[in-house]
Design a binder for this molecule. Structure first.
Ligand SMILES: [Zn+2]
Length: 568
């Protein structure tokens, strides 16, 4: 090979490497979707329950009603309306290979609103998802597509904004596309944890995770008390970033760990796939999260963790501490603007007696992660398909006061397992209003999807915890808020109805005027259904409203009422 060819090959190889590790994103293509200063209530890759946050949350001054604009030209490729999740959401596909997503909207612009309402009346459902064709709903860059809101369950007013690769549907950090967010503050570190990672490893004579003390030095660096350790160990921190102009605790962008100045761990939230998002439970110390509701990000990669956010890791971020040697570990947490906070941990390699060993769980039910595990406890059967667990473990299983204790919720599961209750002791009448309830972290029972077979009821779940069969014989309640019987309400813009249900919760509702389905929007925060009189033209003055509400235990309530309206 000639010298020139060799150089060319080397350059080519280098550039391949460069392209692979450093994607280029267009930074001038997308405009901001709001006409107000962009302040974040949530960052991309932020740690949420069972997933990474897939976009940016733009604050909207605690109120609804700001114009939301298309970030670039394209077409509306998806409209989704749901009581939960993103609430009312629009997806716009752009010709440059990206799709933008706008969530929690109050309502859409005229054209989109008319389009989706026609589909809702066709389907007779408020909740809906449609995929318009590329010629149906075209939008220009900067065109108002919606107004901001707070739809989608118990969320406050804000705009959720995503940029996805259209082909792979992978969300990408929108900050890589040139959106400017003022941020002069460094991330903060709340908690430092040490993790012995093998049976004879120890940190300060502990073989279990332990919180480590540190203090702030005059130069701003955080310095931990010197620790004595031996064997394979790892570290983790609870960290967040605050940007200028808001108190929101947002996620960081990059986390590095250096041992004696050599980089051994790095993760960065540039992009991820929705399929891998659940493995967030392996990034964090899940047990601590479930026990005290605090997310500690671990700077080592446990087995089965295949997240794509890792960049430069040696020995999966595990540090092997040898007797007689000293180490300096640096944890560096950074935000997208490059503000950094460093925490330094001096370590002396010293083998000592372990005074706090791991708890012995061997009297409990053993789980082989790679196998199928099934246990029968009185009237309850619990079956875990293979690879439900990330690692072999022991479960504490018992029935107490008719509550099935399926361990505690502090072990993350990768898959759903099946929990089956024998119901042969209940009469057919009793079974009608019987359902499976799960206990929340506040110890309140709530309905979980109950599948009813002839002799058994079962549910599937990705959460360990307490489950029980409960009976609900109380019917839902319905209250008309906009009129009294036979009242004239010609000036009212909307019809409001309050619906609620104790224990098992609402399953479905239906509103009709004069025997015809009407679109009623359900707001879970106020428990109200709203019908907009602009949606329908009436040719007579007298109307009958009928509302049917069914709860999850099969209790049904029907309420009708008559009101009058001037014909226009
Ligand atoms: Zn969001």
């Amino acid at each position: 090979m000639s010298y020139k060819k060799k150089i060319a090959l080397i350059l080519f190889t280098l550039s391949m490497f460069y392209v692979k590790s450093q994607q280029n994103y267009p930074t001038e293509y997308f405009q901001k979707p709001l006409n107000i200063p962009l302040i974040l209530a949530g960052t991309f890759g932020e740690l949420r329950t069972n997933h990474f946050h897939a976009g940016l949350d733009f604050k909207t001054q605690q109120k609804e009603g700001f114009d939301v604009m298309a970030a670039a030209e394209g077409y509306v490729s998806r409209i989704k309306i749901s009581h939960w999740g993103y609430g009312k959401a629009i997806y716009i596909t752009h010709p440059n290979g990206y799709t933008t997503v706008y969530g929690h909207l109050k309502k859409f612009n005229k054209a989109i609103e008319a389009y989706i309402k026609a589909k809702q009346y066709q389907k007779e459902s408020f909740e809906i998802q449609v995929f318009p064709k590329s010629h149906e709903l075209l939008v220009k860059k900067g065109e108002i597509i919606a107004v901001s809101g707070a739809t989608g369950g118990y969320v406050g007013p804000h705009l959720h904004f995503e940029i996805r690769d259209t082909k792979t549907e992978k969300p990408i950090n929108p900050l890589l596309f040139g959106f400017k967010i003022k941020d002069n503050r460094s991330p903060q570190i709340n908690v430092l944890m040490g993790y012995p990672l093998q049976d004879d490893a120890q940190i300060n004579q502990y073989n279990v995770p332990l919180k480590l003390h540190y203090k702030k030095m005059p130069n701003g660096v955080l310095l931990a008390d010197k620790i004595k350790a031996s064997g394979r160990i790892g570290f983790g921190i609870n960290t967040f970033d605050r940007q200028d102009g808001a108190w929101n605790k947002n996620g960081i962008y990059n986390l590095k760990m250096l041992v004696n100045d050599a980089l051994v761990y790095e993760h960065e939230v540039e992009s991820f796939s929705f399929a891998e998002s659940r493995q967030l439970n392996l990034l964090i110390d899940y047990e601590r999260y479930k026990d005290i509701d605090q997310r500690v990000q671990r700077c080592f990669i446990v087995p089965k963790n295949n997240l794509s956010i890792y960049k430069n890791c040696i020995n999966r971020g595990e540090i092997h501490i040898e007797d007689g040697l000293t180490y300096t570990v640096k944890l560096i947490t950074s935000d997208f603007s490059g503000n950094k906070t460093t925490l330094q941990i001096p370590i002396e390699g010293k083998k000592q007696d372990i005074v706090v060993p791991k708890k012995d769980n061997s009297t409990n039910y053993p789980i082989i992660a790679a196998g199928f595990n099934k246990f029968i406890l009185d009237d309850v059967t619990v079956a875990f398909p293979k690879n439900t667990f990330y690692k072999d473990t022991y479960l504490d299983l018992k029935i107490m006061d008719s509550i099935a204790h399926i361990h505690t919720p502090n072990i993350p599961l990768h898959k759903q397992y099946t929990l089956t209750f024998d119901v042969t002791n209940f009469s057919p009448q009793e079974r009608e209003h019987l359902f499976i309830a799960k206990y929340s972290s506040k110890n309140e029972p709530f309905y979980v999807k109950t599948v009813k077979k002839e002799h058994t009821f079962y549910t599937t779940s990705k959460d360990l915890g307490k489950y029980q069969l409960l009976t609900d014989e109380i019917k839902p309640t319905i209250q008309f808020l906009s009129f009294k019987e036979n009242q004239w309400i010609s000036t009212k813009q909307a019809l409001k109805v309050k619906i609620s249900d104790k224990l098992s919760g609402l399953k479905k509702y239906r509103g009709e005027i004069n025997g015809k389905w009407i679109l009623m929007e359900y707001n879970p925060k106020t428990k109200t259904l709203t019908f907009d009189f602009n949606d329908k033209k009436f040719t007579a003055a007298k109307h009958e409203l009928k509302i049917v509400v069914v709860d999850n235990a099969g209790n049904t309530t029907v309420k009708t009422g008559v009101f009058y309206r001037k014909v226009i």
